[in-house]
Design a protein around this ligand. Structure first.
Ligand SMILES: *Cc1c(COP(=O)(O)O)cnc(C)c1O
Length: 360
C-alpha cells in the first residue's frame, strides 16, 4: 500500500489510525450488524457517538458549561449567512476584519442583512499580514466583531486576538480547529468546517455562548437557526452521521496523543522545519510576514511560474501531492494539519532542497 503525503488545504489528510479503526468497524459497528452509515440517527449507537463526540470536544477545548456545541451542515460558508441572521439583531451593525477571501465572503453575506462594516483589511498587500486594530476601530454598538482566525489561502493567523473589549467576538477557525488550545470563553462563537483539520466534508461544528441564542430573525431558515438546532441537540433533521462518527474517532485520537498542548508542540515543530528551510533557501521563499505565519497553511513561491509548475509536477511524482497554491494566488502551499506526520514535512523539505540543487 502506497499512501501519499497529502498537503491539500481541504479535504485533507486524516490520521491513518483513524482510517484503520473506521475500516475495522465498517461492516459491524459494535455488534450492531451494520455500519454507522446505515444506522438510524435516532439509534442508541448513534446517540452514543454524537454524545461522545460532544464530550470529547468539551474536554479537549475545555469548553465552559454556558456554551452549546452544535453539529451542523452547509459547510463553513452556510454560517456566513447564519451568523448575521442569528446575531445581527440588536443595532443591526457588525464589524468585520478582512484578512482574506473567507473573511470577505462572510462580510459580503452580512452586508445583505444589515450594516456590516469592514473595519480593517490587509487586501493592500495580498493578505500577507494580519492588520493591527485598536479598540476605537470597533463600533460601540456593533452586535459582534467577526474574524477569520487562520487564513487558509494566504497562510496568516492571529497570534493575538483583536482588542474588542467586551464585544461579542465571532471567529471562523475552520483551518486551525483543534490544532492548539484556544480559550473559548473569549468568544461569543467559534465554528469550523470539519474537512480542514477534523473529519471528512459535510460537518460544521459551532460552539456558541448560550445567552446569544434565541434572537434570530423570523425569516431565518429553520436549518440555520442556532437556537432550534441547540434545542434539538443537533438532531433537528438527519445529521451527517458518518462524518460525526469520524470526527469522534479523530477526537479520541487527539486525546490519546496528548490533547491540544501536545498537538500544538508537534505543529510548531513541523512548521518550524518548513519555515526555517524557506528562510535559508535561495530559491524558495514564504509569502507571509514572519510574525503572522500560520502553523497550518504555508504558502511559498520560487518567483518563476514555470519553476513553480515543474516543482508541483515533480513533487506529485514523488508522492508529495496537492502542493499547488490556491487558484487565486498561484505558487505553492503546503497545508500541514494535525494529521500530517513530521516525516511528511521532512520528506517535503528534503525534496525542496534537492530540487533547488538540481535547478539552480
Ligand atoms: C475552507 C474554508 C471555508 C469554506 O468552507 P466550506 O465548508 O467549503 O464552506 C471557510 N473558512 C475557512 C477559514 C476555510 O478554510
Amino acid at each position: 500500500m502506497a499512501r501519499v503525503y497529502n498537503f491539500s488545504a481541504g479535504p485533507s489528510m486524516l490520521p491513518e489510525e483513524v482510517l484503520k479503526k473506521a475500516a475495522s468497524e465498517m461492516l459491524d459497528y459494535k455488534g450492531s450488524g451494520q455500519s454507522v452509515m446505515e444506522m438510524s440517527h435516532r439509534s442508541k449507537w448513534f446517540d452514543d457517538i454524537i454524545k461522545e463526540a460532544e464530550a470529547l470536544m468539551r474536554e479537549l477545548y475545555s469548553i465552559p458549561d454556558n456554551y452549546k456545541v452544535l453539529f451542523l451542515q452547509g459547510g463553513a460558508s452556510a454560517q456566513f449567512s447564519a451568523i448575521p441572521l442569528n446575531f445581527m439583531n440588536g443595532s443591526g451593525k457588525a464589524d468585520y476584519i478582512i484578512t482574506g477571501q473567507w473573511a470577505k465572503k462572510a462580510f459580503q453575506e452580512a452586508q445583505k442583512y444589515g450594516d456590516a462594516k469592514a473595519v480593517a483589511s490587509s487586501a493592500d498587500k495580498t493578505f500577507s499580514y494580519i492588520p493591527k486594530t485598536k479598540p476605537e476601530d470597533f463600533r460601540d454598538d456593533a452586535d459582534y466583531v467577526y474574524i477569520c482566525m487562520n487564513n487558509t489561502i494566504y497562510g496568516t493567523v492571529y497570534k493575538e486576538l483583536p482588542p474588542v473589549g467586551d464585544k461579542v467576538l465571532i471567529a471562523d477557525i475552520s483551518s486551525c480547529a483543534l490544532s492548539e488550545p484556544l480559550d473559548i470563553s473569549k468568544f461569543g462563537m467559534v465554528y469550523f468546517g470539519a474537512q480542514k483539520n477534523v473529519a471528512p466534508a459535510g460537518l460544521v461544528v459551532a460552539i456558541i455562548r448560550e445567552d446569544l441564542l434565541g434572537n434570530a430573525r423570523d425569516i431565518t431558515p429553520v436549518m440555520m437557526n442556532y437556537k432550534i438546532q441547540a434545542d434539538a441537540e443537533s438532531l433537528y433533521n438527519t445529521p451527517p452521521c458518518y462524518t460525526i462518527y469520524i470526527c469522534k474517532l479523530v477526537l479520541e485520537w487527539l486525546k490519546e496523543n496528548g490533547g491540544l498542548e501536545a498537538m500544538k508542540e508537534k505543529n510548531i515543530k513541523k512548521a518550524k522545519l518548513l519555515y526555517d528551510f524557506l528562510d535559508s533557501s535561495e530559491m524558495f521563499s514564504g509569502t507571509v510576514v514572519p510574525e503572522d505565519r500560520s502553523l497550518m497553511n504555508v504558502p511559498f513561491i520560487t518567483g518563476d511560474d514555470e519553476l513553480n509548475a515543474k516543482f508541483v509536477k515533480e513533487a506529485t511524482e514523488a508522492g508529495l501531492v496537492n502542493l499547488k497554491g490556491h487558484r487565486t494566488v498561484g505558487g505553492m502551499r503546503a497545508s500541514i494539519y494535525n494529521a500530517m506526520p513530521y516525516e511528511g514535512v521532512e520528506k517535503l523539505v528534503e525534496f525542496m532542497r534537492n530540487f533547488e540543487k538540481a535547478n539552480s
